[in-house]
Design a protein around this ligand. Structure first.
Ligand SMILES: [Zn+2]
Length: 325
């Protein structure tokens, strides 16, 4: 299904979208390594039905599509959604509705997922990369509601930034999530082979290593350290601030370049407590002091559950695409 590179987001108020209005229920499908989720979501972002299925990681295409169809049928068989938005990782050809490449599910390479679901359920179906869908989910159902520009940030095991800029999700051909921005000269070697990438300093992996150096036991979590920090543990507070400063390193560059103003943090950041959030916000405000923008940069912790992010993004894709037609 042909669509523009930049997803144009239309203001909800212009078409009267709301509970029970033009879009009664939205369909979403999330494809994960070895499993699939399908959900019906209302226009306020509430998940009203959810089904899942699984398949072996090395399954043949017919087994994977059978699992996708089975979960989708249980979810959409009785209640037909107004459209279906599919979230997947890897390389997505959103214009053509194809999963071009998904390393964790090789059987799906080149699979026309949009056409497959569209023909089975007789509704328009769209597919996008899950990182870009996170931005749309925030735009329609999260802190990004009513905003024309903001950054949606993944923290923890996965690090990356998606940007809504003046109503468009930035999705340049070949553009990536920012995890491999260089933030340290002669820094650690990254998984990509370069040195000093943001990813080497601002992920859960970095945090676990540094926590061990600080004397915290194996398996310590950010929530554990935040709790210790609240009990006046100076070393814990220092570690939290260091982690937050490292996350801020990348976000400061985003603010310098695009000035999204609002940064919505998903994932592990929610476990970091107030110190984690305010450390990042203070850093962003310090580098933004020269601008004349009416509002200083803000950092919000996402209130969308991590498990729902991609599905809500899929539902948001249906809303965004539907309003263009
Ligand atoms: Zn790298």
């Amino acid at each position: 299904m042909a669509r523009p590179t930049h997803l144009k987001v239309v203001e909800p108020g212009r078409t009267g979208v709301g509970p029970g209005a033009r879009y009664p229920l939205l369909g979403a499908v999330e494809i994960l390594p070895g499993s699939v989720e399908a959900a019906l979501i209302d226009s306020s972002g509430r998940v009203v039905a959810r089904e899942s299925g699984s398949y072996p990681a090395d399954a043949a295409l017919s087994d994977v599509t059978a699992a996708i169809f089975a979960a989708a049928s249980r979810c959409f068989g009785q209640t037909k959604p107004t459209g279906i938005g599919v979230a997947a990782g890897g390389l997505i050809d959103a214009h053509a509705g194809i999963i071009s490449e998904i390393n964790d599910v090789p059987a799906l390479h080149g699979f026309p997922i949009a056409e497959f679901l569209s023909s089975k359920f007789a509704v328009d179906t769209f597919v996008e990369h899950r990182a870009r869908l996170q931005v749309l989910g925030d735009r329609w159902f999260g802190w990004g509601r009513g905003e024309s520009s903001f950054a949606s940030v993944s923290t923890g095991e996965t690090l990356g930034v998606g940007i809504l800029y003046q109503g468009n999700v930035l999705a340049p051909n070949g553009g990536r999530s920012g995890a491999h921005m260089t933030v340290a000269v002669n820094g650690e070697t990254c998984t990509c082979g370069e040195r000093g990438c943001w990813k080497t300093l601002a992920t859960a992996q970095w945090f676990r290593r540094r926590a061990a150096e600080f004397g915290f036991g194996r398996g310590v979590t950010l929530a554990d350290v935040a709790s210790a920090a609240e009990s006046s543990d100076a070393a814990a507070a220092g570690l939290i601030r260091q982690y937050a400063e490292n996350v801020a390193l990348g976000l400061v560059n985003i603010q310098q370049l695009c000035a999204p103003g609002l940064f919505i943090l998903h994932g592990e950041a929610k476990d970091g407590g107030g110190v984690f959030r305010t450390t990042i916000e203070d850093r962003l405000r310090a580098v933004d002091s020269w601008t004349s923008s009416p509002q200083p940069p803000r950092v919000q912790i996402a209130h969308i559950a991590d498990d729902d992010v991609a599905l809500l993004g899929g539902a948001a894709l249906v809303l965004s695409e539907g309003l263009q037609q």
